[in-house]
Design a protein around this ligand. Structure first.
Ligand code: COA
Length: 192
């Protein structure tokens, strides 16, 4: 069974692993190979653990976990279940475009196309609405096909900018839901 819940500090290790695996698959050919090869699940986990504990700026993390029955045989499951996806967000880091922001959304390869991304997005939207955010934004690399996922759920592109990741200039685009309620409606009915 797939469960969506607020992340706990002990989920950070699983989030670090999911981060590295999702980045390597999503950004292959977009970001330099040496940079992706050098990503460290331990380093990422430490950053997620700090973020989960601090909860600054209305920041929240949600995880999607599976139980032993859904995990590959022989997998050692942590007490809270195996993390197969997660999302982080909070008040927008730059408040000129929207009140709230989805900062990360990652689902590991084998668990995509099962509604997990949508359920995680819904959990974030409910959290942001509880913070009284009226609008929600996500930055996505222009070459990342995930932008179609957001578009399908009603977001529209409102800005582009060039950033540099690992020495490579890349274009990212800001995708906006003007009303958090429209994101909640688009993600409804998914047991999230
Ligand atoms: C983008 C991502 C989070 C989607 O998660 P997911 O669990 O596979 O998506 P879901 O199963 O919840 O899909 C919800 C709907 O979006 C559709 N969808 C999923 N990915 C899509 C894509 N890339 N393009 C268009 N539609 C997509 C699904 O078919 C589904 O449609 P339906 O409502 O008709 O069933 C996942 O593919 C991922 O982790 N990608 C790599 C990391 C990444 O790029 N994250 C975003 C960083 S900004």
């Amino acid at each position: 069974m797939i469960r969506i819940r607020r992340a706990l500090p002990q989920d950070a290790a699983g989030m670090g692993l999911a981060h590295v695996s999702a980045w390597r698959s999503a950004y292959a050919g977009i970001l330099p190979a040496h940079y992706l090869a050098g990503l460290s699940a331990v380093r990422e986990a430490a950053a997620y653990e700090r973020a989960i504990s601090r909860r600054a700026h209305g920041h929240a993390a949600f995880v999607a976990t599976i139980d032993a029955e859904d995990a590959p045989p022989g997998t050692r499951l942590p007490p809270g279940g195996l993390v197969v996806g997660f999302s982080t967000g909070g008040r927008a880091r730059r408040p000129n475009l929207a009140d709230g922001e989805i900062e990360t959304l990652y689902v590991v390869d084998d668990w995509r196309d099962r509604g997990i991304g949508r359920r995680l997005l819904r959990a974030q939207a409910a959290h942001l609405r509880a913070l009284h955010c009226r609008s929600v934004l996500v930055w996505v690399l222009a070459e990342n096909p995930a932008r179609w996922f957001y578009e399908r759920l009603g977001a529209r592109t409102v800005a582009w900018e060039e950033i540099v990741i690992a020495g490579r200039p890349v274009i990212q685009q800001a995708m906006l839901w003007e009303r958090v309620d429209s994101l909640l409606a688009a993600t409804a009915g998914t047991h999230g």
